[in-house]
Design a protein around this ligand. Structure first.
Ligand SMILES: Nc1ncnc2c1ncn2[C@@H]1O[C@H](COP(=O)(O)OP(=O)(O)O)[C@@H](O)[C@H]1O
Ligand SMILES: CC(=O)N[C@@H](CCC(=O)OP(=O)(O)O)C(=O)O
Length: 271
């Protein structure tokens, strides 16, 4: 379980928080209509954005002829790979997302998870995965300050170990940890598919138990696995629903968010 260093509930009670994870698969294709809907969301919610950058990292590794390797959806991160991760996801992609949001009139502030001790992580398995971390503690103090001033923090999922080593963190798991730490009302994973698909049909609602079966039978595979696992882990008494949504359409239409809702049970009815 992730620890949180400060409790935001009392500080941010005038607007709930929504954490939005922008998948690397979608970042280059987000439409003006998507940003417009995000802007209207900022009127009702404090928004906190976590972005990925998998495709950009892979493209740069290819250009530099550095061999990549994945284990269970996690990129083996050598010292050399980490430099590329910092340069692309922490640099280029973070700046791209932040400046696009600002261009659309959203007050966005680009940050790395390594700033202001936002993400403290532990190494998962250094021998096997190298410098890949999982979030151990989130310091929300600076994020809350930003959101109180109506800034949208845009976080690249890099973290520091307690020994001060920089680590690469899967963006889905970072988003889930941040959502828990800021006691978010909603967590949205924006990706390049309409939601979880089963035999070509969108699953509008599902549960952790069904997700386990869908992974076992191979319906859910690849990059969707860390996403749904992070979604399930994030579910709590406060965060009763997590959604997987598509970035090629507006986030909210007719007051509805289209995609797959993951709830603790099928009976959950969340507004
Ligand atoms: N059951 C499923 N429904 C929809 N997409 C799935 C499913 N199983 C695997 N996927 C794959 O997951 C991908 C999204 O994950 P990923 O590529 O990691 O995106 P992101 O960069 O947004 O995190 C989809 O493009 C699709 O190829
Ligand atoms: C440890 C690990 O795998 N980190 C990811 C971080 C980026 C990410 O998660 O980006 P997407 O959301 O685009 O997949 C990586 O290096 O690709």
């Amino acid at each position: 379980m992730t620890m949180s260093k400060s409790m935001p509930a009392t500080e941010l009670n005038h607007k709930p928080v929504v954490v939005i994870k922008l998948g690397g698969s979608m970042i280059d294709q987000l439409t003006p209509a998507f940003y417009e809907s995000l802007k209207s969301l900022t009127k009702m919610y404090h928004c906190l954005i976590v972005h990925g950058g998998g495709p950009a990292i892979t493209a740069m590794l290819d250009r530099l002829h550095i061999k990549g390797e994945f284990h269970n959806g996690l990129r083996k991160t050598t010292e050399e790979t980490l430099e590329v991760v910092q340069m692309t996801m922490g640099g280029q992609v973070n700046a791209q997302v932040t400046s696009e949001l600002n261009r659309q009139g959203i007050k966005a502030l680009g940050l790395q998870g390594t700033d202001a001790e936002i993400l403290t992580a532990s190494l998962i398995d250094e021998k096997f995965l190298g410098l890949v971390g999982k979030v151990k503690q989130v310091d929300t103090a600076f994020l809350i300050k930003c959101m109180k001033d109506d800034y949208v923090p845009v976080i690249a999922p890099l973290g520091k170990t307690e020994e001060g080593r920089t680590v690469n963190i899967n963006a889905d798991t970072a988003a889930a940890a941040l959502a828990n730490a800021v006691q978010a009302d909603k967590l949205l994973f924006v990706t390049d598919v309409p939601g979880i698909m089963e035999s070509g049909t969108l699953l509008e609602r599902t549960t952790p138990e069904e997700i386990t079966d869908l992974i076992t039978e191979g319906t859910i595979y690849g990059g969707m696995i860390p996403k749904v696992q992070s979604a399930v882990e994030a579910l709590s008494e406060t965060l009763r629903e997590v959604m997987i949504v598509c970035g090629s359409q507006p986030l909210v239409e007719n007051n509805q968010i289209a995609g797959t809702k993951i709830c603790l049970s099928r009976k959950e009815e969340v507004q």
